[in-house]
Design a protein around this ligand. Structure first.
Ligand code: IPD
Ligand code: CA
Ligand code: CA
Ligand code: CA
Length: 267
């Protein structure tokens, strides 16, 4: 039997230590590079933090696999065994421009099932965490199950990109939903947006293309409070590939899919 509490304790120690490294970098000059396009940023700190996790995991748990954004992990084509799915800094643009509103995201999966989720908002010292079946927490505070909410009283996270001309969805699809909800927000860190759905700061989050490391931890945490994560059109997520995402309070998830998405968009 795997001791998930022990793995969780160890993972939290590394996440906190990685957070200290990131805070220490605030006084030093960053080396910033671009990846797929001029707005797709990576810094030396993203890479150093990912390597820190890789070295520690490989040394402590040599039979575990690692999937990470910046390439220090393994090339995986299955989720068999134990897989750590890591985003060393989620919200790199915020990290570079704001020095806040970013986090470290670590999910640990066994044969494709999420067992541990850790999302650490370094600057606010807020650690969102969950072990499957044991509830979700923000630091020491247990997060309650999500209460029902009406769509017209809900707050939805969505980037303005998806309601303007873009290559993934006709902007007219999401416009009626944006008009219906009480308000929209965009925080620039997918993992934090998941954490905010879990804490009811948001009732839902929609985005058109996320990678496994953006969502692996968030899915576990949201699940513990009854939230639902699927593709935008309501299908299960494939954690080896990129996909659209709808994560929401259970009382509005199906309504969004059925009344606003079905027949207008399919992934
Ligand atoms: C990005 C952030 C952003 C989301 C992008 C992600 P990164 O992750 O989560 O909010 O809109 O799709 O790629 O690159 O900062 O780790
Ligand atoms: Ca990135
Ligand atoms: Ca990310
Ligand atoms: Ca990242």
């Amino acid at each position: 039997m795997m001791n998930w509490h022990e793995i969780d304790r160890q993972a939290k120690e590394w996440v906190k230590e990685a957070g200290e490294k990131i805070k220490a970098s605030f006084d030093k000059s960053l080396s910033i590079q671009t990846k797929s396009n001029p707005n797709d940023l990576v810094t030396n700190i993203d890479r150093e933090v990912e390597e820190y996790f890789f070295d520690n995991i490989a040394q402590t748990f040599p039979d575990h696999h690692i999937l990470g954004e910046e390439g220090s992990g393994h090339e995986l084509n299955t989720l068999d065994g134990i897989v750590w799915i890591i985003d060393p800094i989620d919200g790199t643009m915020n990290f570079v421009h704001q020095k806040r509103n970013f986090c470290i995201s670590v999910g640990v999966y066994e044969n494709g099932i999420g067992k541990i989720g850790l999302i650490y908002d370094v600057v606010h010292n807020e650690l969102y965490h969950a072990i499957k079946g044991n509830g979700a927490y923000m630091n020491d505070m247990r997060l309650p199950k999500l209460p029902d909410v009406k769509l017209e009283e809900s707050i939805l996270a969505i980037n303005a990109t998806w309601v303007t001309e873009n290559k993934r969805i006709d902007p007219s699809v999401l416009t009626p939903l944006v008009k219906r909800v009480r308000g929209t927000r965009s925080f620039g860190s997918a993992a934090l947006e998941f954490a905010y759905v879990a804490t009811k700061r948001l009732d839902g989050y929609i985005t058109m293309r996320l990678a496994p490391w953006d969502i692996a931890a968030g899915v576990v945490i949201v699940d513990e409070v009854g939230g639902i994560t699927t593709t935008l059109d309501g299908n299960p997520i494939d954690l080896l590939n990129k996909s659209s995402i709808l994560v929401a309070n259970p009382s509005i998830h199906a309504k969004i899919v059925n009344d606003y998405i079905k027949g207008k968009y399919s992934s």
